[in-house]
Design a protein around this ligand. Structure first.
Ligand SMILES: Cc1cc2nc3c(=O)[nH]c(=O)nc-3n(C[C@H](O)[C@H](O)[C@H](O)COP(=O)(O)O)c2cc1C
Length: 193
């Protein structure tokens, strides 16, 4: 039996990303965002949805660029803090001790402390209602060597991304390895009757 839960923003999992941006005067800011994901392969792009009320929204409009930073489990407290206070009236970096690095490819700062950083330039802006979706072309990905294996490939178990459950507002960690993608060409026969 299925029970209808009504219209709500409920999917599992949603990510915990931190959007880095400069304001018009060049002051860096960081905000946590979960309404985000990869949205195109060519050009490689991500979509992030920001409310107009955020300071970051104005920054993305002004600079047409942002970074998408992936925090690790042990950075949960800072990520949560970046999602509660606003750059409008708080210097989030002074309070967290976190540092920014000027992007090489995009006009936006990335967060040095996060193991993975994507530099993006805004390609499209869609006013969706409460949120405005920014589609950013990924110009470069930067990764800490500490989250790579010996052959230089990223290791998701070292990155330890955080998962957000929007309904209960809980944070979760990654589960265990389940299998390889694109490996199931045939399913075992199902007994009928
Ligand atoms: C886990 C989490 C996810 C969030 N996701 C979003 C989001 O996708 N879009 C959004 O507009 N705000 C989101 N927020 C709220 C913003 O991060 C928050 O309003 C923040 O203060 C905005 O910062 P700013 O004003 O400095 O830009 C989220 C907050 C948390 C804690």
């Amino acid at each position: 039996m299925k029970k209808s839960l009504g219209a709500q923003t409920l999917v599992y999992p949603t990510p915990v990303f931190i959007i880095g941006s400069y304001d018009a005067a060049g002051k860096p800011n960081a905000m946590t965002a979960s309404w985000c994901g990869i949205c195109n392969s060519q050009p490689p792009s991500v979509a992030v949805s920001l409310r107009k009320a955020t300071y970051s929204y104005d920054n993305l409009i002004a600079r047409k660029a942002f970074t998408l930073n992936i925090p690790s489990e042990d950075q949960l407290k800072v990520a949560d803090y970046f999602g509660l206070v606003s750059g409008k009236n708080t210097d989030k970096f002074a309070h967290s001790g976190w540092t920014t690095v000027r992007g090489e490819k995009a006009d936006a700062p990335y967060l040095k402390e996060c193991p993975l950083n994507l530099e993006c330039r805004v390609l499209h802006v869609f006013d969706l209602g409460l949120h405005t979706q920014f589609v950013g072309e990924i110009l470069d990905v930067k990764a800490d060597e500490s989250v790579m294996d010996r052959s230089g490939l990223l290791d998701i178990k070292k990155v330890k991304p955080i998962i957000f459950a929007p309904d209960t507002q809980g944070y979760y960690s990654l589960g265990s390895f389940l299998g390889r993608a694109f490996s199931t060409r045939e399913l075992p026969k199902v007994e009928k009757g």
